[in-house]
Design a protein around this ligand. Structure first.
Ligand SMILES: Cc1cc2nc3c(=O)[nH]c(=O)nc-3n(C[C@H](O)[C@H](O)[C@H](O)COP(=O)(O)OP(=O)(O)OC[C@H]3O[C@@H](n4cnc5c(N)ncnc54)[C@H](O)[C@@H]3O)c2cc1C
Length: 414
């Protein structure tokens, strides 16, 4: 495995040893990732551009900050890492450049995979030498309700035989393996009927049908077919029938990191907006002097800060060991709206330039639209959150937000 450099922890600061790291990530994102964004789009060899960024991140001790030390990462504590994600979010290249994109999958491998797969994949995954992918969604069923998933895995001796059709499998074109959610137990209750199975992407019968074009561009969101794919039973990730439990463990902290990255995108759009307002003039004054433009600044500022606090609250509750499902759902939905609306305001302020290739905004806007769909569409989170809260009212307990905060704090080991 590639040797990872030890982080320089001498920087003093609030969260002691980790405080200076966020600023160093800011500098890496601004000085290395921003200029590489355009270069990457125009390059004949985008992988070489990314490799250069990754080498730089490793050399400067910023690689795999949040991965646990025991799997080769730097073990940055959860709350410090939450704030670093906010900065990573500013550039779409930064996750892969800093090696953070494999965090959820490497933790899943470490927790649940057979030793053979840990040995084969874990070290190169954390080192950024290979990529993972995850396949749940199917074109033929509404996958917001994953109990409808049809891809089947049937046991044949000591092998699984997998047949199915998936799509929107991010990264499948370049992934070394795919964790496929399969129906394995037709007679079991719906939430015990599915199993996660590791499928190396070079297994016969694992075919990429197409890189689906989304909003005019290809981003490695693939449609795949699995036809009589045979893999050993030891490829099962975690216990048979536990796919729902495993995917929840994967998604929980992942959603917090998503939300912090959306805040990073919003911050970048906000900065661009304010600078543009100050430099552009119309009808005899700066755009910044017009009240209708000032409203964009106010609304965006309020939206960003409200969502930061909502996200940090969810992260703190999670860190304190609370069941933060409600808080995570609140911020997943509110955060996806926020990032979309802040980028939209920034585009409006920029006029035609805002939808051109001369700012990163048009690309950011496209990405923001996806946020309301992936990791569960808004409506699913709204439904489950409202139901949970209403159940408390049915039981006569109500839902006291303040008391919930105090209880989370009281129950922690503060
Ligand atoms: C950019 C991007 C990347 C993705 N990456 C991956 C990946 O790597 N792996 C993977 O497996 N999947 C991935 N997905 C797919 C994503 O997880 C699914 O699109 C999502 O779960 C919704 O499933 P669906 O598309 O089948 O929508 P459907 O289930 O058909 O839902 C359609 C719409 O119905 C509405 N709806 C659904 N449920 C309810 C409800 N309970 N109440 C009211 N309205 C409701 C919502 O508006 C929803 O958008 C990705 C999607 C995008 C956009």
């Amino acid at each position: 495995m590639t040797e990872l450099p030890v982080l320089d922890k001498s920087t003093p600061g609030s969260s002691a040893e980790w405080a200076g790291v966020r600023q160093r990530v800011v500098e890496f994102v601004e000085n290395e990732c921003y200029p590489a964004e355009k270069e990457m789009k125009k390059s004949d060899d985008p992988r070489a551009v990314m490799k250069r960024l990754q080498d730089k991140a490793k050399a400067t001790g910023l690689w795999a900050l949040g991965h646990p030390v025991e799997i080769g990462g730097q073990g940055m504590p959860f709350m410090d890492y939450v704030y670093v994600n906010e900065v990573i979010g500013r550039s779409e290249l930064a996750m892969v450049a800093l090696g953070t994109h494999t965090l959820q999958d490497s933790i899943m491998l470490n927790l649940y995979a057979d030793p053979i797969w840990k040995e084969r994949y874990l070290a190169p995954l954390v080192a950024g030498e290979i990529h993972p992918s995850f396949a749940m969604t199917e074109p033929n069923v509404a996958s917001s309700d994953p109990t409808q998933i049809e891809t089947s895995a049937v046991q044949d001796g000591d092998e699984w035989v997998i047949n199915g059709h998936k799509w929107f499998i991010t990264g499948a074109l370049t992934a070394e393996y795919c964790t496929v959610m399969c129906k394995t137990d037709n007679d079991a209750p719906p939430h015990k009927a599915f199993t996660m199975i590791i499928v190396p992407t070079d297994t016969p019968g694992f075919d990429i049908v197409r890189d689906v074009e989304v909003m005019g561009e290809k981003h490695n969101h693939c449609e795949i077919k699995l036809t009589d794919v045979r893999v050993p039973l030891s490829n099962t990730l975690g216990p048979r029938g536990e796919a729902f439990v495993i995917s929840q463990r994967r998604l929980g902290p992942g959603r917090i990191f998503h939300c912090m990255r959306w805040l990073g995108q919003a911050q970048r759009a906000f900065d661009l907006m304010c600078n543009r307002l100050l430099e552009r003039r119309a009808f005899g004054e700066r755009l910044a002097d017009k009240q209708l433009m000032q409203a964009h600044v106010f609304e965006a500022a309020a939206d960003i800060q409200a969502n930061r606090l909502l996200t940090i609250d969810a992260a703190r509750k999670m860190d304190m060991g609370s069941d933060a499902r409600i808080e995570i759902a609140l911020v997943k939905v509110a955060g996806a709206r926020m990032v979309h609306n802040v980028i939209d305001r920034s585009i409006q302020v920029h006029g035609a330039k805002g939808v051109s290739e001369d700012t990163p905004l048009e690309n950011m806007y496209r990405q923001a639209r996806f946020a309301r769909i992936y990791d569960g569409p808004d409506e699913v989170h709204m439904q489950s959150t409202a139901r949970r809260i209403l159940r408390e009212f049915e039981k006569g307990r109500g839902w006291d937000f303040g008391e919930r905060d105090l209880t989370a704090y009281e129950n922690s080991n503060h």
